[in-house]
Design a protein around this ligand. Sequence first.
Ligand code: SAH
Length: 213
Amino acid sequence: MTADAETKMQFLYALRSKGVTDKRVLEAMEDVDRRAFVKGIFAERAYEDMPLPIACGQTISQPSIVGVMSQALDVQPRDKVLEIGTGSGYQAAILARLARRVYTVDRFPRLVADAQAVFDAQNIPNITAFTADGSHGLPDQAPFDRILLTAAAEDPPGPLLAQLRVGGIMVLPVGQSDAVQQLIRVTRLESGYDYAELRPVRFVPLLEGLGRD
Ligand code: SAH
């Protein structure tokens, strides 16, 4: 079942009122059915602007945060994008609308399998999902034009900085897991990196190794 027109309109209104103004991002969020990524009893709340629980004790991010992060990443149609923290797969599906190809990794095999099943069911062909510890990135597929982390690191992981193309952009939450974190944007320059703070956010921590469910 897809959302009715009025539900979608309210959803888009909520996104705009929270600062999501990029036309391509809003179109992507209008097209991708968030309900498909939320299981069971929470599915009926898929079009409310709130995070919701998914398997393995994780959460699907609040839609307005997905919008803000996608917008800050400034994804171009030819881009190759890496997302760390597949979770439900919703953010990856939005990125897949904006980019040429998306690689997404999660430390829980079950989340990757569930997300892959949704990508297949929704006919999204340009996402490749892996089970891996994303703090090492994906050296075989590097470099990336854009990198997005949806779990908070204390600092931007070195391997991810190294796998960002010159001119590329990485958006990630940084800070201690139990405190308010900052969403930051890192741009790779010819020599070095430029850092900008965007806003306070709250994400689950980036953990080492693979998860067991
Ligand atoms: N982007 C997701 C929400 C992610 S929640 C969505 O749209 O639904 C954060 C995810 O990061 C969790 O699924 C968690 O398992 C994952 N994660 C945490 N540490 C990780 C790591 N080192 N490597 C890969 N994934 C990690």
